[in-house]
Design a protein around this ligand. Structure first.
Ligand code: FAD
Ligand code: FO1
Length: 451
């Protein structure tokens, strides 16, 4: 493994117990550099290898749909880990305390943690390092070019990070070694009480209230195969049409780490007959745009507020603070998809019903929240709340950056000045009508024909 993926965070002494991998963001066994690194360390020391996941009491407004999705994936993972002789334990509670206590109890020799740029995780890790004075390493298994390696600073835009990522891609975009059966078994077979875990997550005895896409790593691989045999062939032209099945649909799996973006990019690059420009367009989104969002959240702790955006964007929104708003909705009206716009309501309904909104509609959806809210701050609060509450892939750097791009011109430039938006890029229904059949989209999600 490329050693540039690893960053030492804790410099304390090593115990004589297992190597522990605290899995958080990369919830998979295959294609996981953090687990491969943990395995290598454990093998050198001839000690057991344990994966620990900690279910936190609250996680950024996550609700039943996200917990069903995540826990199904983890149950699938438990069985596979057992077959590989790797321990897998789910703890419930505040992760910094729980992981520290676990490492102390087990006299853990080395602790490996995921790379994850959001504040919640940073705070957990800081507190963990003060409670557990051991040997701790972070491994970036989420980005193809590790975030710390791609750039040492916050990048301005895709155009500035793109050459940096492409320069290092040949080194990092490699195939993974297979995860082999581990020779030293865990001390005692992990006994996860799934009823208790589901109870802790607040979903015991319930079914997801929506028709969830199939969770888990196997389902993620199937989705990738399907995309590589059909969707990718029309990706470049079709991805901006929400009536087309041209996008991969992989974001929930990528968010929970049920598939690795490196695997996706590696397979996409080897795809036969994808048609001109499609792989390049897909890699641009999957690698450049996605890794830019980790870069922003890692180097800018204001990633979910206007403090995080450029001075020109803050000023222009401020200049237009007093502009007359023809429509003003509160969070509830947005949440219930009861605005005057059937197109907007259709997008919100897609999100409510499926846990996912088409990528093109996400931009329109967020920009209209800006236009129809009493202030930019209220709009931001509403957009983050709805995205985090209803999107399976929400609570993610991609979400915070997507919202700030739409509302605060992040990674964008100034455009022609207009009411409310100022110089922030504008979108309207007429523009959508030029790109795709708006009526068909409304029909799909609201089940009615409109004039
Ligand atoms: P594909 O087009 O198949 O792309 C493959 C992957 O590339 C995606 O899964 C994603 O990981 C990455 N990607 C694609 N577009 C972008 C982008 N613009 N920025 C960064 N990465 C991208 N994405 C999320 O994963 N979670 C979110 O919560 C989220 N919220 C968003 C909110 C708004 C307001 C906007 C404008 C965008 C948001 N996005 C979010 C980015 C993007 O819309 C989704 O990643 C994409 O729609 C997911 O569908 P897909 O997997 O079929 O995408
Ligand atoms: N990570 C954890 O380590 N513990 C959790 O309890 C947890 C809950 C959770 C709920 C919804 C969700 O979208 C993510 C959740 N995650 C949790 C984080 C997960 O690791 C995600 O992949 C990151 O949010 C990625 O940005």
């Amino acid at each position: 493994m490329n050693s540039e993926r690893v960053c030492q965070l804790g410099f304390g002494p090593e115990g004589n117990g297992p190597v522990v991998y605290w899995m958080c963001r990369d919830q998979r066994l295959e294609d996981n550099w953090a687990l491969l690194y943990a395995r290598e360390e454990a093998l050198k020391k001839r000690v057991p290898l344990e994966i620990v996941f900690c279910l936190a009491p609250r996680f950024l407004s996550a609700g039943a749909r996200q917990y069903h999705f995540m826990l199904s994936g983890l149950k699938e993972l438990e069985e596979k880990a057992r077959n590989l002789n790797i321990g897998f334990r789910v703890l419930c509670g505040e992760p910094d305390k729980k992981i520290a206590d676990y490492c102390l109890e087990q006299s853990c020799s080395t602790l490996i943690v995921d790379f994850f740029p959001l504040r919640i995780f940073n705070n957990w890790v800081k507190s963990l390092c003060s409670e557990f004075n051991g040997s701790i390493y972070e491994v970036d298994a989420h980005n193809i070019v590790p975030c710390r390696v791609a750039s040492p600073k916050q990048e301005y835009a895709a155009r500035t990070i793109r050459p940096k990522i492409h320069k290092r891609l040949p080194e990092f975009l490699e195939d993974y070694p297979k995860l082999e059966h581990y020779p030293y078994p865990p001390e005692e077979a992990a006994k996860n009480d799934w009823d208790e875990i589901y109870r802790y997550a607040g979903i015991y005895g319930t079914e997801p209230s929506i028709d969830l896409i199939q969770p888990g790593c196997d389902a993620a691989c199937e989705r990738l195969e399907k995309f590589l045999s059909s969707g990718i062939k029309i990706y470049d032209k079709g991805r901006n049409d929400p009536n087309e099945d041209a996008q991969s649909g992989l974001s929930p799996y990528l968010h929970f780490g049920q598939i690795s973006s490196q695997r996706v990019a590696y397979e996409a690059a080897r795809c036969k007959n994808p048609g001109e420009g499609n792989v390049e367009a897909f890699i641009e989104e999957l690698v450049v745009r996605r890794e830019l969002t980790d870069n922003f959240c890692f180097y800018n702790s204001w990633y979910d507020s206007f403090e995080g955006v450029a001075e020109w964007a803050r000023k222009t929104l401020d200049d237009h603070r007093q502009d007359k708003r023809v429509y003003v909705y509160d969070t509830e009206a947005f949440e219930n998809a009861s605005t005057h716009s059937e197109l907007w309501n259709a997008a919100q309904t897609e999100l409510l019903k499926t846990g996912k909104m088409h990528g093109y509609m996400r931009m329109y959806w967020a920009k209209k929240i800006l236009e129809w809210s009493e202030s930019p701050e209220k709009a931001l609060e509403t957009a983050v709340y709805l995205n985090d509450r209803y999107s399976l892939d929400g609570r993610d750097p991609n979400g915070y950056v997507g919202i700030l791009w739409s509302l605060g011109g992040l990674h964008d430039r100034g455009w022609t000045e207009r009411e409310i938006y100022g110089k922030i890029r504008y979108m309207n229904e007429r523009g959508c009508r030029r790109k795709f059949s708006v009526d068909k989209y409304i029909m799909t999600w609201l089940g009615m024909k409109l004039g």
